[in-house]
Design a protein around this ligand. Structure first.
Ligand code: SAH
Length: 471
């Protein structure tokens, strides 16, 4: 056994690897490093995994700070799990993301790549999200500094903010968050201040008690603002007083719903939100398409870059109006609807029935009459009979979750052999694995990474595959 708890000293960090870990090489070994390091830093690393060819650890000391570093703009940086790459200039973040897509496709996919297009950066590097979920907790997470200021005592304070990574019962009280535009900070801080002033209880996840549980805010490019307050049980008088105070303080809010969640877990998908004010949903726009977004609907979290992503997808599909297009993992149908005017017909498939209901409603709202949507597992639905009934696809658009496509589906796509596949991915590692299988029939024609999440290591990547001429 190689020793685990050793500290490697003065390790020069050279690059980034997957999942936001930095990379260094020492004595022929690859070292993955967690903890806010930047290539150019020289650091001591405490290992928690130590194998023959590689090791993994956390930074414990800095000897040299990289000259590439910039000052993080958020005062919650370092504690909050959110925007962990703020210490790097945006242009460098984009370089590393671009590099990682190429690495994955070449190393995991072993693919011959065309010249890759440069990653499309986000015009908005702050305030780019359209939705955030905050958590109430009776136990605020305190930084070491705050504990020191309190002479080592840990006072129990309520908090409304984000979960601290790896600490399930602690929440970081958030003052200002740069992920969404105002009035999101005003909404959150108004509710917190009112709740504290009126002795309303914040949820205790260990004891399973307390009234206020979660706050979800959605802000659309149309100007609509939806608030969903999740409470443990009904308390009519306090609920009305709190929500009325919120409306008076933030009159820009267009709709408020509340959800009663007496369960142990935080998920609201099996619960029914109740409309308190306004229409109970919000409307978002992509180009001139309007989407209805309910409290439980999924929608791309960066509207501006969502539009860019869909444009790349539509462009790669190269539609002329005569094609049958399949939209696999279609969610609420937004990609299918976005390309529908350029296609003869769109067939969307998605696991979650409520998402398919939204997709149908969104198609109707936008007068899209050439799209059909089906709920179920893509692996089960996509059989020969289904393709025979709905028509052989000219283009398949696929946008799976992080795990990528099931191998059975990949094999089915190889059998169906559509002339083109557009593969949209939020995880280039699993995308590369799937592309390696599709390589039996398809060549990679185009690769376009899109940055949806500035200051995080997350990458979105669109690939166009074309069937080889000799097959
Ligand atoms: N294309 C959509 C959503 C992509 S997210 C958009 O751009 O908005 C991936 C979607 O795949 C999710 O909606 C998830 O519910 C769905 N999904 C996950 N596993 C699935 C499966 N086995 N079969 C069908 N859909 C699945």
């Amino acid at each position: 056994m190689r020793k685990k708890n050793v500290v490697l000293e003065k390790v020069p960090v050279t690059a980034y690897a997957a999942e936001g870990k930095a990379l260094a090489r020492q004595d022929g070994k690859v070292i993955f490093i967690e903890g806010g390091v930047v290539p150019g830093d020289v650091v001591d690393v405490r290992l928690h995994k130590n194998k023959k060819d590689w090791a993994e650890g956390k930074v414990v000391n800095f000897h040299v700070y990289s000259d590439k570093r910039v000052a993080p703009f958020c005062h919650h940086f370092g504690t909050c799990g959110g925007c962990k790459w703020q210490m790097m200039p945006y242009s460098l973040q984009l370089e590393y993301k671009q590099q990682q897509v190429a690495d994955h496709l070449q190393r995991i996919g072993k693919l011959v790549l065309p010249a890759m297009d440069n990653i499309l950066g986000s015009a908005h590097t702050e305030h780019y999200r359209n939705k955030l979920e905050f958590t109430f907790s009776n136990k605020a997470y305190l930084t070491n500094e705050e504990i020191r200021e309190n002479n080592g005592e840990i006072p129990v304070k309520p908090a409304l903010g984000f979960h601290v990574p790896k600490l399930f019962d602690k929440v970081l009280d958030i003052n200002t968050c740069y992920l969404m535009q105002e009035p999101v900070n005003l909404i959150r801080n108004t509710i917190r201040d009112y709740a504290i002033a009126h002795d309303l209880t914040f949820y205790d996840i260990r004891q399973q008690e307390g009234w206020l549980r979660n706050l979800v805010v959605r802000l659309c490019t149309t100007g609509e603002i939806m608030v969903n307050l999740v409470i443990h049980h009904e308390d009519k008088a306090n609920r009305i007083a709190l929500l009325d105070h919120l409306l008076q303080t933030v009159p820009a809010i267009t709709t408020i719903v509340y959800t009663i969640n007496p369960k142990k877990n935080d998920s609201i998908f099996d619960l029914e939100p109740v409309t308190y004010f306004g229409k109970g949903y919000a409307e978002e726009k992509l180009e001139d398409f309007v989407f209805k977004i309910g409290p439980k609907s999924f929608f791309q979290t960066n509207t501006y870059q969502g539009e860019v992503l869909y444009k790349v997808t539509r462009d790669f599909a190269g539609l002329t109006g005569s094609e049958i297009v399949y939209d696999l993992y279609c969610g609420t149908g937004s990609i299918g609807i976005f390309v529908s005017r350029n296609a003869r017909k769109v067939v969307g498939i998605e696991l979650i029935k409520e998402a398919i209901d939204d997709a149908k409603e969104n198609a109707a709202r936008n007068n899209v009459t050439n799209a059909e949507f089906f709920a179920g597992d893509v692996v089960d639905i996509c059989d020969d009979a289904f393709f025979a009934h709905h028509g052989q696809p000219d283009v398949i658009i696929t946008d799976p979750p992080r795990a990528g496509m099931h191998e059975k589906l990949v094999n089915k796509l190889l059998e169906i052999a559509a002339p083109k596949i557009v593969y949209v991915s939020c995880n280039p590692a699993t995308q590369a694995r799937d592309l390696a299988l599709l390589d039996a029939l398809y060549t990679v024609e185009k690769v376009q990474p899109v940055d949806m999440f500035p200051h995080t290591h997350h990458i979105e990547n669109v690939v166009l595959l074309k069937k080889r001429a000799n097959n």
